[in-house]
Design a protein around this ligand. Structure first.
Ligand SMILES: [Zn+2]
Ligand SMILES: [Zn+2]
Length: 123
């Protein structure tokens, strides 16, 4: 291996292709060490079993963002559900995740309440 090859290999950043929107996504993400979902459509893939980045799951199906949770320090966590086996996983959001889709995911329960919101005015 020449010096030039070695430099090129070191510079190469791993990428994955989004299973939903086909975007080529760099694994190098701002604000998180293991990017596991697409910043454009927030779709993930069921490849991790226990820890982020362990790549121990055999499933491989698409995982859809279904909810946002918030940690004590205010960080937003994205909840994914696997379309193949219904597994749930909690994942850190990245600095370049689509803010519109994050907010849309977070407010979805308020848009689809199981009771009319007018009820709140009568409490
Ligand atoms: Zn995508
Ligand atoms: Zn799965």
């Amino acid at each position: 291996m020449t010096d030039r090859d070695r430099r090129r290999a070191a510079r190469r950043v791993d990428t994955f292709r989004c299973a939903s929107c086909r975007l080529d996504v760099s694994l190098d993400a701002p604000g998180t060490t293991h990017r596991n979902h697409c910043p454009n459509c927030l779709t993930s893939r069921h490849v991790d079993q226990r820890r982020p980045g362990d790549r121990a799951a055999d499933c491989g199906a698409r995982m859809e963002p279904i909810a946002v949770s918030v940690r004590g320090d205010g960080e937003w966590i994205l909840i994914h559900r696997c379309t193949g086996c219904d597994a749930l996983s909690a994942n850190r959001t990245a600095g370049d995740d689509n803010p519109l889709l994050l907010v849309r995911t977070a407010v979805r329960p308020l848009v689809m309440t199981p009771f009319p919101l007018e009820v709140l005015g009568q409490l």
